[in-house]
Structures are given as C-alpha cells and as structure tokens.
Design a protein around this ligand. Structure first.
Ligand SMILES: [Zn+2]
Length: 128
C-alpha cells in the first residue's frame, strides 16, 4: 500500500503494529512480543509470539480520526473508510480476555482501554 491520500491530500501513514500485554506481579505492561501484517489496518493476534504472562494485546490505529483514504495497492487504486478508535472487531477480540484485562488501542490522539462493552471504554488523551 502506497500513495496514501486523505481527502485527496497526500499523507504519510504507518502500518498497524500489535504487541503482547503481559502481567507480572499484578501489573500489566507491554511485553517483548510484537507483530505486524504490514497492512495499514488489520492486525492478527494469532501472529503474536507466545510470551510468558501474556494476558492481552495492544495495537495501533494509524489515523487521527475516522477518514476516507485512497491508496495504491498492487498497481491499482483502492480505498475505504479507516477508523481511529477501537473497531467492533477490536471489542469482540477484547471480550475474549477471560482474565478481566482490557486490550489497548492507540491512535494518533488517544489510548483506549477496551473490553467487549463500548460504554465501558476508558479513553486517555495522548500527550501532544
Ligand atoms: Zn483495531
């Protein structure tokens, strides 16, 4: 995917990256294991390396707000709607955590601590 444009304006974006959240002595932090499919949107939790104490995961969303993006993919123009905050699939994924630990989504503006319920999302503004 190359030549990203938001509302026809060229922009630079990075692929999603996902990492393990691990618990040690009752405290959850970002672990060592990470993965990326190289795609702008879409991470695969199954690609995360196994890690001792893994209790959930964290991943990035590259955009700052919900936008319509166009780009070139394998020689042809493509595009679609891209989400800043957690997606419905992200919440479904977080709902699989049976340990009460929330998954984390980070976009350009906020950090979201999520479980299966959108009404329970904790939003932490990132420092500018
Ligand atoms: Zn996501």
């Amino acid at each position: 995917m190359t030549e990203f444009k938001i509302n026809e304006k060229p922009t630079k974006l990075y692929a999603e990256v996902m990492g393990n959240l691990v618990m040690k002595n009752g405290i959850v932090t970002v672990g060592e294991g990470k993965s990326s499919t190289g795609d702008l949107v879409g991470s695969d939790p199954n690609q995360l390396p196994a890690e001792k104490g893994a209790v959930g995961h964290i991943h990035t969303h590259p955009v700052a707000s919900d936008v319509t993006l166009t780009y070139m993919k394998r020689g042809s123009s493509d595009g679609g709607r891209f989400r800043a905050g957690p997606s419905p699939d992200d919440r479904k994924e977080a709902d699989k955590n049976k340990n009460g630990v929330r998954n984390v989504v980070v976009d350009q503006k906020n950090v979201y601590l999520i479980n299966g319920q959108s009404s329970q999302t904790v939003i932490i503004p990132r420092r500018k």
